[in-house]
Design a protein. Structure first.
Length: 277
């Protein structure tokens, strides 16, 4: 069960964490003391076991503890010298750690069926089969020094209807593709090829030439299947995942809004925040 499931106000959770961290810091009465706890030793040993797949020897255990003490000394000295100030990497890491703490601000129980079905209906554009294309192509390498591959592909596109035995250059992939989405086609041939292919009419005649990541192609687009909605039962598990993700986003947005409300934000004259009128 998530630690903060019972807390509805994200700001309250933030203040609780701040209080705990402040309390822990307050117990460090002398910054020149490096206190190694049993918990520290256990974590050090467990990390060793995970990496080495065995228990450390007594000498290795002592060496690990000494390294931990040296690291703590460097860390405390770096903080005392304010070496963390203005460090973008340190700043991003702290932001990341706080974002991890806020990810569990909302429970992850699966909602009732009515809630899921309403979510599916509201976001139906996210639950559709993509438009799919079936086509053949004849490839011409851009590396051949003869006439332009684009010109050859254009000529071949005109002749291929009369002589389907015409062939181009050897090609490492398939000659024919059935029911492929623009994303799949783009992964194979490049985005520009997929975009241009999607704009062609379905017909028996060969068309082109189209440029791909490999060269030029004469293309015969034989079928186009439009996108179609998927029934709730077909995507129920994905709907659950998406619903939970939206709830987390809402909680994080509320947390950030409440957090910013505790600050006075000062901007240069004439500069406005993007979410301000």
């Amino acid at each position: 069960m998530p630690l903060f499931r019972g807390f509805k106000d994200p700001l309250w959770v933030f203040l609780l964490f701040g209080g705990l961290l402040f309390g822990i810091a307050a117990t460090q009465d002398d910054p020149r003391i490096i206190r190694v706890t049993e918990g520290d030793v256990q974590r050090i040993v467990e990390q060793w076991q995970q990496q080495m797949r065995r228990d450390p020897t007594a000498a290795e255990r002592a060496s690990l503890i000494n390294q931990f003490i040296r690291d703590q000394a460097y860390y405390q000295e770096a903080l005392a010298l304010k070496l963390d100030a203005g460090d973008t990497i340190v700043k991003r890491r702290l932001i990341q750690k706080l974002s991890f703490l806020t990810k569990d601000l909302v429970g992850t129980e699966t909602p009732d069926e009515a809630t899921l079905r309403a979510f599916h209906a509201k976001h139906q554009d996210n639950y559709r089969t993509p438009e799919q294309f079936s086509f053949s192509h004849i490839y011409f390498s851009a590396d051949r020094p003869a006439e332009s591959p684009a010109q050859r592909a254009e000529v071949l596109a005109a002749k291929a209807v009369e002589d389907p035995s015409l062939d181009g250059d050897p090609f490492m992939l398939q000659r024919k593709y059935a029911r492929r989405s623009t994303r799949e086609i783009g992964d194979l041939f490049g985005r520009a090829f997929a975009k241009n292919l999607a704009e062609l009419p379905v017909q028996e005649d060969w068309q082109g030439p189209l440029r791909s990541a490999f060269g030029w192609h004469a293309v015969q687009l034989v079928n186009r299947e439009p996108a179609s909605p998927l029934a709730f039962d077909q995507v129920r598990e994905k709907v659950i995942v998406d619903w939970k993700q939206e709830q987390r986003k809402r909680a994080n947005d509320a947390y950030l809004e409440n957090l910013l409300a505790t600050y006075s934000i000062q901007l240069p004259a004439g500069v406005q925040r993007t979410d301000q009128p």
